[in-house]
Design a protein around this ligand. Structure first.
Ligand code: ARG
Ligand code: ZN
Length: 847
């Protein structure tokens, strides 16, 4: 069944209050609900005389309306019941089975603890309720259970062992409900808000994980301060709780006052977490905290508006990371990620607008397009209206819509009202699928440069007739001698073809176009290698400086792929020069040495109408790494030593940048001279970043498995580190061994497909290993399909998510296409396949 945005109608009732009582039991939890309904004045028609409540996999024990027993009609999706004309009270008791809930949606158990995940539509697995985001209410929750820690949203009314009572004064939709019960320990702290409110902060973890809380707590406090300082947003309860859970489908969830986190997204220690883990944890904690205003205080009218909270919150967390760490490094990493994941999605059969217009299963739309392109759209809006106008508009958004379930129209209206702009055309960014192509032609006469831009969005099933977009094009001009001829200026392109003139120039400059990646487009700009070399050395915009190098790297690799050309030593040496330039941030230098990966090259070849050959892409990648290792032969050891960090480990930008750079050098050294240095680093490492970088070089270039086994012995009791142990073996496998390695690991006693982190450790790594996943034998396709078939009945959400591995199938050769299609069809033919997986594979297969 397909749901359409255009079919939206308000719910006929409002919910004035909700009282829930939980009696916890692994297989027979009882939930009693008392819900006050009143007529919704915003509902246009006559109030119906029957009401529908969502409910799935809940057993109705009894139901009453205003104290009189009723006998509703129950189906697999909910119940329908005759109701009185005015206000009324619904009471029900239901029974659910958390211990058998392997889908990890609703109330479920993880290692003996109870926890919930309700977004998007999980609350209906807890009790009967109008489970839609525009129905908001005040919740009071009591819990009886066998555990010492019993948590729900809001402020505690009564807490004690085995019984607790919670009241959340802020009206919220059911998807923000949460409950946790377990034998947990708290890492506690306090925060004083800008208006002097004292907030108790707790990070709840299982005993044994106490030592992994300090960093997350620090990140939470930094987020709270940042949101006050930058957006003027203050926290609004006496308490903020975070709980870490091992079995979780996503990263984390912003339940009001009770965020629930995948333990991989919150637990951190130097010994067990890499620098990248620390940065990601800091960002996710910020993301979930920022949802308190962008998501919770102002929520979404319906699930089509998901980007209203997700795009904005991703944008806010990226601003936070830029402020806490390095803004250029964050921007470059975000663009690499956007090109890798969102562009692939937007250019294949799963393409959909940032605000989709229809879906079958909303869980399938928590995508890179909704999240990351959604954030890019906010960034473009800010670029267009300017910094001051942006914050003014957002301030109006908070004032005007606090307490609302809002829409994208509401969001754009505050910008129109504060700036006087008409955003009708800009709104197409929300309604059109596909990555726009932007090309630029230059002409220079006397003292005038003319740039003529052409935009074109390829039609897709979701958007057959794309219209021109408003594209903010940030631009600068650089004279051949390296002086800046024009500082960054934002051009506003609205037409299909549009020219911009720059006069009074002393000489023909090189145009630095799309600075900071000011719009999520594929840019075609025919610059000569010499011009790119100039930008690489002299551009004042750090993103475009990196981009110039990235484009040269791309050109180099494409020439190797297309005509077997050798890489230009001048370019390799230019990169080396940057790597050795001690005036530059080591993290930035590490990014500059990083060459486009096979997935990105496959995207580029596909955009150019060519068929990528995974084997060849792998070979060219190896050749480049060999050439780089040669180029750095006389410099790698020195740079490695110079950037080795001495002193106590800090996960900050400064230290992690040094480790990033030195570990690139370690890779060059290991490639040329074997694993002696890597082994020494492995043996002496006192932190996971150093240990695992060394181990990956040993796996790639060494002979024996001593280090791998030692790593296992050292960490076998740490789930999160064991996820790395599983994943790394697949990532480091030779392409022809990838599927076998993954298969062997699924036989390991520590493999558990019911744990999403472990499942993703193996299969995420296999999918991410382009040459292994697309090995011509087709073994990896078959192995993944086998496991998706196994997992689907247990956990449809994670299964459906992993199906996106097949989304690029049409870009490969006929043989690979046939193999993938056969697997897709084999999965689709599985009896009782979930709605989630069915929708994904049907869309991937195409009409
Ligand atoms: N709102 C969460 C976040 O982005 C994601 C939860 C999505 N859950 C799901 N089952 N689709 O912070
Ligand atoms: Zn979010």
């Amino acid at each position: 069944k397909t749901i359409f945005l255009s079919d939206y109608t308000p719910y006929p009732w409002t919910v004035e209050s909700v009282n829930l009582h939980f009696s916890l039991d692994p297989h027979a939890t009882r939930v009693r609900s008392v819900i006050r309904f009143a007529r919704n004045p915003a509902y246009a028609g006559d109030t119906p005389d029957t009401m529908f409540l969502h409910g799935e996999q809940v057993k109705l024990i009894s139901a009453q309306i205003d104290g009189t027993a009723v006998d509703p009609e129950v189906t697999g999706e909910g119940l329908t019941c005759a109701v009185p004309a005015g206000s009324f009270t619904w009471e029900a008791e239901v029974e659910i089975d958390p211990a058998n809930n392997t889908a990890l949606e609703g109330l479920y158990m993880s290692n003996g603890m109870y926890c919930t995940q309700c977004e998007a539509e999980g609350f209906r697995k807890i009790t009967f309720y109008p489970d839609r985001p525009d129905v908001m209410s005040v919740f009071t929750v009591t819990i009886d259970g066998p555990h010492p820690v019993l948590l729900s949203n809001g402020n505690p009314v009564k807490t004690g062992e085995h019984h607790a009572e919670w009241h959340d004064p802020w009206p919220k939709p059911a998807y923000l409900f949460a409950l946790v019960a377990g034998d947990l320990v708290a890492h506690s702290d306090t925060f004083t808000t800008m208006n002097g409110r004292q907030v108790d902060l707790n990070l709840y973890v299982r005993p044994g994980d106490e030592g992994k809380c300090a960093f997350g707590m620090g990140a939470l406090k930094a987020s709270m301060t940042w949101d006050e300082q930058v957006y003027g947003r203050e926290y609004d309860l006496d308490l903020f709780n975070i709980v870490a859970v091992d079995d979780f489908n996503m990263g984390a969830m912003e339940n009001k006052g009770l965020n629930i986190f995948n333990s991989s997204a919150v637990l951190a220690s130097p010994e067990t977490s890499t620098d990248m883990n620390f940065e990601r944890i800091e960002a996710i904690i910020a993301h979930e905290y920022f949802h308190n205003w962008t998501g919770n205080r102002i929520t979404c009218r319906d699930w089509f508006q998901l980007c209203l909270k997700e795009g904005l919150t991703v944008y806010r967390d990226s601003q936070f990371t830029s402020d806490m760490r390095s803004a250029p490094v964050k921007r470059i990493s975000d663009v690499i990620d956007l090109r890798g994941r969102q562009f692939a999605e937007d250019q294949g059969p799963l393409a959909h607008p940032v605000r989709p217009e229809s879906f079958q299963e909303i869980n399938n739309f928590y995508t890179a397009t909704v999240y990351e392109k959604g954030a890019e759209v906010i960034g473009m809006l800010k670029t267009l209206v300017g910094e001051d106008a942006y914050y003014k508009a957002v301030e109006l958004y908070f004032d005007r819509h606090d307490g609302d379930a809002a829409t994208i129209e509401d969001w754009l209206k505050v910008f129109e009202d504060t700036t006087g702009r008409d955003l009708t055309q800009f709104k197409r960014w929300y309604s059109q699928a596909g990555t726009p192509r932007l090309s630029v032609e230059e002409s220079f006469e006397l003292d005038t440069l003319t740039l003529t831009f052409t935009q074109h969005t390829p039609p897709s099933a979701a958007t057959p007739e794309p219209q021109p977009l408003v594209i903010p094009i940030a631009i600068g001009l650089i004279y051949p001698d390296g002086r800046e001829a024009l500082e960054t200026k934002v051009l506003e392109m609205t037409k299909e073809v549009q020219s911009f003139r720059f006069t009074g120039l002393e000489d023909r400059p090189v145009a630095s176009v799309l600075r900071g990646f000011s719009a999520p487009v594929v840019l075609t700009h025919d610059l000569s290698d010499a011009d790119r070399m100039l930008l690489l050395s002299a551009d004042t915009d750090p993103f475009n400086r990196w981009e110039a190098g990235n484009m040269l790297a791309r050109t180099t690799m494409l020439a190797m792929i297309r005509d077997g050309a050798a890489p230009d030593p001048a370019f390799l040496n230019a990169i080396k020069g940057i790597a050795l330039d001690e005036s530059l941030d080591p993290a930035f230098r590490a990014l500059m040495i990083n060459w486009p990966g096979p997935a990105e090259l496959a995207n580029v070849l596909h955009e150019a109408g060519e068929v990528p050959d995974p084997e060849q892409l792998f070979t060219v990648g190896e050749q480049i790494r060999d050439a780089m290792a040669e180029t750095f032969a006389d410099a790698a050891s020195d740079l490695y030593a110079r950037h080795s960090v001495s002193g106590a480990y800090q996960p900050d930008a400064a230290q992690s940048g040094k480790r990033a750079l030195s570990n690139v050098m370690l890779a060059f050294i290991s490639r040329r001279s074997g694993t002696e240095t890597a082994q020494a680093q492995f043996d002496s490492a006192d932190n996971m970043t150093q240990q695992i970088s060394a181990l990956s070089q040993i796996l790639r270039h060494g002979e024996d498995s001593t280090a791998l086994d030692a790593f296992y012995q050292q960490w076998k009791d740490d789930r999160l580190v064991m996820d790395k142990w599983f994943g790394l073996q697949v990532s480091c496998a030779k392409p022809e061994d990838g599927a076998d390695t993954a298969r062997r690991l699924t036989d390991h006693p520590d493999f558990n497909h019911k744990n999403p982190n472990r499942f993703r450790a193996v299969f995420g790594a296999l999918i991410g290993h382009h040459a292994a996943f697309h090995h011509k034998s087709g073994d990896a396709y078959t192995l993944l399909a086998d496991w998706l078939i196994t997992l689907d009945p247990l956990n449809p959400q994670t299964t459906a998510r992993m199906c996106s591995a097949f989304q690029t199938w049409k870009r490969y050769d006929a043989d690979r296409q046939a193999r993938i299609l056969a697997e897709v069809e084999r999965i689709l033919a599985t009896p009782d396949l979930s709605r989630d997986t069915t929708e994904m594979l049907t869309r991937i297969k195409g009409a």
